[in-house]
Design a protein around this ligand. Structure first.
Ligand SMILES: Cc1cc2nc3c(=O)[nH]c(=O)nc-3n(C[C@H](O)[C@H](O)[C@H](O)COP(=O)(O)OP(=O)(O)OC[C@H]3O[C@@H](n4cnc5c(N)ncnc54)[C@H](O)[C@@H]3O)c2cc1C
Length: 481
């Protein structure tokens, strides 16, 4: 009698889940286990918004598993200890999981492969189209620039076909009695994981989302039917639903990038038949793979600059008040405030606006990018170590293929270009809704011209002066080290 433990992590789905298929193919019984491990960087240590999403995602997974005959078992604690106790409890003979790529998971999983070697642990790729070590330069070193990464990657897309979900999963019947270790195994309920906060702010945030594997497929299909065709331009307009909003589904593994690539490619052998919008979308998906490659090969970049010169950057020393104003969407710069309020209300922010608010925090306020990264990690439903660190380092100019530091976004011009009539700003900053289009991205000029007042803060900093200050700060670290 073989009993396999399937350890769910960033793969909360039953279709195209290679570890699940392997467990079902080789074991008489499969124990589906989710561990809330306080040391886990990829899932458990994420912020409040992501943990709310996780609650709903696990609930959805539990239902899918039950429909196929299996239960999702929950546990809280150190993964290695829980796995040892669970394996004694259920008499496990095998252990399966899909790989994570953050440094803490890699170290932990490597150790578990040794300490639980009698379970013949097997790991698989379910999170990426290709493993980071499969996409290297000719000299076997990792890419630090996106375009050649895409060129190399696109040659072998769409890649292997996604796996079908197993029709039935032979779940556990009843617990075995057992040894001392097994007596220590304490299955938890989803409530014991305490993923939902006590205050009910999450209810309105989640009203913007449908969570789980079925919802992920439905959103993808909606996007591919309509919006993808205008994606190249519409993806820059924050007032429109011009992007797929697949990021949280992808982060939690409710859908795989392989599945997306195959639906996008409609069964063709290569990407040559894609429309312009579809190709741009495929490229964005590969930006995510680029981020994972950076995380895998340069794990320190989660909180340290890739470009070492930035270790000596003369950041502002005392900035708590300004950071709070940024977090609360009260900087006095409409597009920045709109983005920060969208984030707080929905757990998501449009990519163009992420770039604008990040540039403003780093360059106009001279606040270390790590503070912004941390706030995003706490408030985004799609918070992802790889993509978040890459996005912030891109904005700071300190990462791989980053925007040069001296290219400083002017948030007024960005607003005027990508939110022409101010529809986005008016939605999220209603205090200035009546300001005419001409001034909607610079209401302080309207206040001056009209001699009136608005119930909206004056800008925290002068945009021109702060730009000059940022450039001067950069001069101090400019020379290569
Ligand atoms: C400062 C900053 C922080 C960011 N933090 C995160 C984060 O924590 N988690 C996250 O998933 N993305 C992050 N991004 C990338 C990007 O903003 C989001 O992936 C995107 O806005 C998600 O919306 P969407 O699913 O509608 O994207 P779409 O435009 O529909 O793109 C499809 C998918 O491609 C991937 N993708 C798109 N753009 C990027 C990108 N620039 N980098 C990496 N992957 C990308 C995402 O998985 C996305 O779901 C960040 C960007 C910046 C500038």
């Amino acid at each position: 009698m073989s009993v396999g433990i399937l350890w769910f992590r960033q793969d909360l789905r039953i279709a195209d889940n290679p570890a699940l298929n392997a467990a079902v193919a080789s074991c008489d019984t499969v124990v589906c286990l989710f561990i809330d491990d306080p040391q886990d960087q990829t899932i458990s240590q994420l912020g409040s918004a992501s943990r709310v999403w996780l609650h709903h995602s696990l609930t959805s997974l539990q239902q899918s598993l039950q429909q196929r005959g299996a239960e999702l078992v929950f546990a809280v604690g150190d993964s290695e200890e829980v796995l040892a106790q669970a394996s004694a409890h259920y008499g496990a003979t095998h252990l399966f999981w899909n790989r994570c790529y953050d440094p803490v998971s890699i170290k932990r999983d490597t150790k578990i492969k040794q300490s639980l070697s009698d379970l013949q642990p097997e790991s698989f790729n379910a999170l990426l189209n290709a493993e980071p070590w499969e996409v290297l330069k000719g000299d076997d070193t990792p890419y630090r620039v996106y375009t050649p990464f895409w060129k190399m990657r696109s040659k072998s897309l769409p890649g292997p076909k996604p796996l079908s979900a197993p029709r039935a999963i032979p779940g556990i019947k009843k617990s075995k009695k057992g040894t001392k270790a097994s007596a220590q195994f304490k299955p938890a309920t989803i409530e014991d994981l305490a993923l939902l906060p006590k205050l009910d702010w999450h209810v309105s945030m989640m009203s913007h989302w449908q969570v789980g594997e079925k919802a992920a497929k439905a959103s993808l299909n909606r996007f591919l039917k309509a919006a993808v065709h205008d994606y190249t331009d519409a993806r820059n307009i924050p007032s429109q639903i011009g992007t797929s909003r697949m990021s949280a589904h992808l982060h939690f593994g409710e859908i795989s990038p392989r599945q997306i690539m195959h639906v996008l490619n409609k069964g063709a052998k290569d990407l040559s038949g894609l429309t312009a919008g579809e190709e741009t979308f495929a490229k964005e998906l590969i930006w995510r793979e680029f981020a994972y490659s950076l995380l895998f090969y340069f794990p320190h970049t989660i909180n340290k600059p890739l470009d070492k010169r930035f270790e000596h950057f003369p950041w502002e020393k005392r900035y708590k008040k300004r950071l709070t104003a940024w977090q609360q969407g009260k900087t006095g710069v409409p597009i920045v405030d709109a983005g920060m309020r969208e984030l707080y209300a929905t757990g998501w922010m449009h990519n163009r606006v992420r770039m604008i608010v990040a540039s403003y925090l780093i360059k106009n306020l001279l606040i270390p990018w790590q503070d912004g990264e941390k706030w995003f990690r706490d408030t985004l439903v799609d918070a992802d170590l790889a993509s978040n660190a890459m996005g912030w380092q891109w904005a700071a100019g300190s990462g791989a293929d980053a925007a040069p530091y001296f290219r400083i976004f002017n948030p007024v011009l960005q607003g005027e270009k990508f939110d022409k009539q101010g529809a986005y700003v008016r939605q999220w900053v209603p205090e200035i809704a009546s300001v005419p289009d001409k001034f909607i991205h610079k209401p302080w000029e309207w206040v001056l011209e009209q001699g009136c007042s608005l119930n909206y803060p004056a800008p925290l900093v002068d945009l021109k002066e702060s730009r000059q200050r940022a450039l001067a700060a950069f001069e101090t670290i400019k020379s290569p080290q």
